[in-house]
Design a protein around this ligand. Structure first.
Ligand SMILES: [Zn+2]
Length: 304
């Protein structure tokens, strides 16, 4: 009697064990690592994908792509851009992954002014205005004030809250014998239209587009941008002056960034402009400087 009972227990346990093993096997077959492996992803690739991707459906429905984990591994990878990265990479396979992610994040693959969207003005002093995000004709920032002649050429204005910060920066520079001067500040939509039209008339549209923004697309309309040079320098000589070096070392401490840096022309859509500074706040300015990115890249990854 006792013997039979033991057999029955062993039998039941082995049936349960088999059911459990079969269940586990099917569960494994449905698991993401297994399906990724089936597609051809190696262990290292699977780990990268699993760590950074939230929705695997898309990847599991795609064929194996040797670039996928490399793109995903990029610091500024944004999951919703995955398809765009992949198709851009296909057509630009000599470009590195960092560049590909940057271009897509900032919409730099789209022709300037095409498919442009309204800038998000609720972002206040973190607003992004570039060749893809514009301000409407009636956008005027609150409390614009004249910059005193001590700190700017005639007829230049800036947002009042930013003026105090700009003034402090100029005064601190002055204490080190650096005299900063703003040559251009706030510009209305109409001001920008005049500038742009003049550039087109004088130099042609292509040149105009790399140095002047179309009306609505200039950061100067935000009241947060300043063209700054050293007193006694001009746009051509400023870069080699101590004033430029001073700004390179200190502008971020006041919340200003060099907005159109060298070798980022593809991303910003502008030629290098050593004189154009934009207020973004100290914390962001420091981060942008440390990470060596543009505001377009920062905004896409951290603020959008
Ligand atoms: Zn400027």
């Amino acid at each position: 009697m006792k013997y039979k009972k033991i057999i029955l227990i062993i039998f039941t346990l082995s049936v349960l064990g088999t059911i459990f093993a079969v269940y586990k096997y099917f569960e494994y077959q449905n698991s993401i690592p297994y399906q990724l492996q089936k597609l051809g992803y190696q262990k290292e690739e699977r780990e990268i994908i699993q760590k950074k991707v939230k929705n695997f459906k898309k990847i599991l429905n795609m064929k194996y792509n040797e670039n996928l984990s490399k793109i995903i591994q990029e610091k500024y990878f944004i999951e919703k851009n995955l398809d765009a990265y992949i198709s851009y990479q296909k057509e630009n396979n000599t470009k590195d992954y960092t560049y590909i992610v940057s271009v897509i994040n900032t919409k730099a693959n789209i022709e300037a002014y095409e498919k442009a969207e309204k800038a998000d003005i609720s972002k206040n002093d973190q607003i992004l205005v570039n060749k893809h995000f514009y301000l409407t004709e009636d956008y005027v920032p609150s409390s614009i004030i004249d910059i005193p002649l001590k700190y700017a050429y005639e007829n230049n204005q800036i947002r009042k809250d930013i003026y105090e910060i700009y003034k402090a920066m100029c005064d601190d520079a002055q204490s080190e014998n650096i005299k900063l001067v703003a040559t251009s500040g706030y510009r209305s939509y109409i001001d920008q239209k005049k500038i742009y039209d003049k550039y087109v008339k004088t130099y042609g549209e292509k040149y105009a587009d790399s140095y002047a923004a179309k009306p609505g697309f200039s950061e100067h309309q935000t009241g947060l941008a300043l063209d700054i040079i050293g007193f006694g320098t001009n746009r051509d000589t400023f870069e080699d002056s101590p004033a430029f070096t001073w700004l390179q070392n200190h502008a971020h401490e006041y919340g200003f960034i060099l907005r159109f840096p060298k070798e980022k022309e593809d991303i910003t859509g502008y030629a290098y402009e050593p004189w154009h500074y934009r207020y973004v706040g100290r914390e962001i300015a420091k981060k942008i400087r440390n990470e060596k990115i543009t505001y377009d890249e920062y905004f896409a990854f951290y603020l959008k």
